[in-house]
Design a protein around this ligand. Structure first.
Ligand code: CA
Length: 228
């Protein structure tokens, strides 16, 4: 059972999240400010942190920086909660090392889904060698070896292309907006913008040749990996 630490000063939000996480079978720890949160995170055993930005004392951005600097806590995925949907806040949050963010108010169901996805991703990154390659259509994507095979032949993808392909392949049939795709890769070899997602997708499709059509464009929304 994964343990989730909630760092949030507003008690009703803290309780709402705790309640929903416990209902979904997670173990929960809570902290009402950044210092208490850092202290609890450093005790170990935490698998994911939900971090509010607006906190008394040290704010969520600072907390995130500390978490990502400390070798004990830097691999714990951080999901930031922001009351503001300003792009700058989101970008700044991601720059401080947050793995994902959610804008308040949010639906508990969506929050749980994002937590599950963040935990899956961290287990894949963290477990490295343990992560199981994805096989889908005629593709085999092995994250631990950073290898993509198409009908058994290696495909030469850039780091960003690889991350996007892997992200889509992990969720076949699901449509993602360009921003969700950006969030999932955070520009590994150069800054990814909404427009450059299109360029990356184009590149991936070209390299997949006849199989390029497994990545479908969903007009007005974004992209999805065709389900099998
Ligand atoms: Ca707050």
């Amino acid at each position: 059972m994964a343990k989730i630490l909630i760092i949030e000063d507003e008690s009703d939000i803290r309780e709402l999240i705790s309640f929903n996480l416990e209902m979904s079978g997670y173990e929960v720890a809570t902290a009402a400010d950044g210092e208490e949160g850092l202290e609890k995170a450093s005790r170990g055993g935490v698998d994911l942190i939900i971090l509010d930005i607006m906190l008394p004392g040290i704010d969520g951005y600072q907390v995130c920086k500390y978490l990502k600097k400390d070798i004990e806590t830097r691999d714990i995925p951080v999901l930031m909660l922001t009351a503001r949907a300003e792009d700058d806040d989101v970008v700044y949050g991601l720059e401080t090392g947050a793995d994902d963010y959610m804008t308040k108010p949010f639906s508990p169901r969506v929050l749980i889904a994002r937590i599950q996805s963040a935990l899956r991703k961290s287990q894949a990154d963290f477990g490295g060698k343990k992560s199981t390659p994805i096989t889908l259509h005629n593709l085999m994507i092995d994250a631990s070896r950073h290898l993509t095979l198409l009908d058994g032949d290696p495909v030469d993808l850039s780091a960003t292309e690889f991350s996007i392909l892997r992200f889509l392949a992990e969720n076949p049939g699901w449509v993602f907006s360009r921003n969700q795709i950006i969030d999932s890769v955070k520009g590994e070899d150069y800054p990814v913008t909404a427009r450059s997602v299109d360029v990356q997708i184009l590149g991936i499709r070209r390299k997949l040749g006849d199989s390029g059509s497994i990545i479908e464009t969903v007009r007005g929304i974004g992209y999805r990996m065709k389900g099998e």
